[in-house]
Write a protein that binds this ligand. Structure first.
Ligand code: 5GP
Length: 172
């Protein structure tokens, strides 16, 4: 497997971040606090770029889930490897995901967090592959819709490689 094509360069990524940040700043304007729940590990690059553009008060927590083994296709099985540090009951929670593919991972996490009675719960995803969806899911804030290709870079890996690439590339 190697880099075949650059799908989003640094400039396109930065434009997408500006767009999502401006939507979030509009939506959360006046909120006292929003807890950003970043899904490890892939979302850290997106989260760190995005949070610096947010103009409302934020908290930060992490969750780790895995639905992929070594392959490039989901198993459909979601395992929580790390739970939140803080309770979220009564809080405004924004889930931050790197990529939504079948939607199984984020749906599972959303349902889990919803059961803890947050005040509000929204989903923000940097990349979306809508043609692959296997579950009904509303993504409240989306960066870029991409075709059904396996991508790496900007936090996303293949077998733990390529997370450090500053661009999003198609692997093949
Ligand atoms: P889903 O449960 O929506 O099928 O998959 C979500 C997770 O699968 C993402 O958080 C990510 O870890 C992984 N994933 C889905 N598509 C891709 C992709 O194109 N590239 C990489 N590197 N990971 C992906």
């Amino acid at each position: 497997m190697e880099i075949k094509q650059i799908l989003l360069d640094e400039n396109e990524i930065s434009n997408a971040i500006e767009k999502i940040a401006s939507e979030l700043n509009g939506f959360y304007s006046g909120y006292q606090e929003v807890v950003l729940v970043s899904i490890l590990k892939g979302s850290i690059v997106f989260t760190s770029d995005l949070m610096r553009k947010l103009k409302f008060p934020v908290g930060l927590d992490f969750m780790a889930a895995s639905s992929y083994g070594d392959s490039t296709r989901t198993s459909g099985v979601v395992k929580i490897n790390k739970d939140l540090d803080q309770p979220i009951a009564g809080k405004n929670v924004l889930l931050i995901e790197d990529i939504v593919d079948t939607g199984l991972t984020i749906s599972y996490i959303r349902n889990l967090l919803a059961s803890r009675s947050p005040k509000t719960l929204k989903i923000c995803a940097f990349l979306d592959k809508p043609t692959r969806r296997q579950t009904e899911l509303t993504i409240d804030f989306t960066g870029v819709r991409i075709p059904d290709k396996f991508v790496v870079g900007y936090g996303l890996d293949w077998n733990e490689k390529y997370r450090n690439l500053p661009y999003v590339a198609v692997l093949g």
